[in-house]
Design a protein around this ligand. Structure first.
Ligand SMILES: O=C[C@H](O)[C@H](O)COP(=O)(O)O
Length: 154
């Protein structure tokens, strides 16, 4: 049987409506074993994006989840925040090709999106595809990604 993925989701108040839609989509996806919602629960919660993004990225770095999906207004603040956590590679992507290459070229574990940038139906399609992409450690991309890890560990 194929391994089922654990994934964290998080958003600030600008992204929470889209995050909740994507969370429900992931919970209905048979490829996902667990969706851990780290908040915020609703738009009344005004915790800022770095708190949420860093918490989700730390869950990835600790191996508690394999991936994280983060939403803010643009996806940019979440991406910057997640990338501050050692071992985490996060990207903003609002198109299918970039989301695919973020996994296959860059071994990104974290995808961020902007709820003020993308509509929910396109976001759902991209996330559904993204879950299916896998990094190949035997690929030519692996040595390039290793350079990033080397820099981080130096
Ligand atoms: O990147 C930041 C996000 O888009 C956030 O949701 C909104 O941030 P702001 O309120 O500082 O514009």
């Amino acid at each position: 049987m194929k391994h089922a993925m654990k994934i964290a989701v998080a958003a600030d108040n600008a992204g929470v409506a889209l995050k909740n839609e994507l969370r429900d989509l992931l919970r209905a996806d048979g490829r996902i074993a667990e969706v851990r919602d780290l908040g915020v629960p609703d738009a009344a919660d005004d915790r800022a994006y770095p708190l949420l993004g860093i918490a989700a990225a730390e869950a990835v770095a600790a191996g508690e989840v394999e991936r994280a999906l983060l939403v803010c207004g643009t996806g940019i603040g979440m991406c910057i925040s997640a990338n501050k956590v050692p071992g985490v590679r996060a990207t903003v992507a609002h198109d299918s090709y970039s989301a695919e290459r973020s996994v296959k070229s860059n071994d990104c574990q974290v995808l961020t999106m902007g709820a003020r940038v993308i509509g929910p139906e396109l976001a759902k399609r991209i996330v559904t595809e993204w879950i299916g992409h896998v990094f190949d450690p035997e690929s030519a991309s692996a040595a390039k990604v290793a350079r990033i890890s080397d820099y981080e560990q130096a």
